[in-house]
Design a protein around this ligand. Structure first.
Ligand code: RB5
Length: 146
């Protein structure tokens, strides 16, 4: 399992928390930043991270900004990316099981570091169920191929 991690200035603290979690879990990861003092534009971090997941360099990506919304919107513009905005453990598990999400986004102004850790753990430990979901996810992929 290889994970890519990225945030804008609004998500630095949770990104660092998740980097520590991945170290504790012995999961290989790359941290794309931002390593910034001032404010940056979230697409400059979420799109490169999403592209590297789409290319297969990483299995999953974790994105953090103030709300998680901008990061998830931008990541979902990349073909092959299914990025879920999640702020609870149930959704983190469900999006892996049902949507085969390959990225999640969270908002540092929405949740705290403890919940963010639980969300990431749940997301990484779950598996895609396939079956009835295959047809549904396949329809998203088919639309992208048009
Ligand atoms: C930055 O102020 C903020 O807009 C950004 O982190 C994010 O919440 C956007 O969706």
């Amino acid at each position: 399992m290889k994970v890519i991690l990225a945030s804008d200035h609004g998500g630095i603290n949770i990104r660092q928390e998740i980097a520590s979690l991945l170290e504790e879990m012995n999961i290989e990861f790359e941290d794309l930043g931002c390593h910034c003092e001032g404010s940056v534009d979230y697409p400059d971090y979420s799109i490169p991270a999403a592209e590297r997941v789409a290319k297969g360099e990483f299995d999953v990506g974790i994105l953090i900004c103030g709300t998680g919304i901008g990061m998830s919107i931008a990541a979902n513009k990349v073909k092959g990316i299914r990025c879920a905005l999640v702020h609870d453990v149930f959704s983190a598990k469900a999006t892996r099981q049902h949507n085969n999400a390959n990225m999640i986004a969270m908002g540092e102004r929405v949740i705290g570091p403890g919940l963010a850790r639980e969300i990431v753990k749940s997301f990484l430990e779950e598996e895609y169920e396939g079956g009835r979901h295959e047809n549904r996810v396949g329809k998203i992929t088919a639309y992208e191929e048009k």
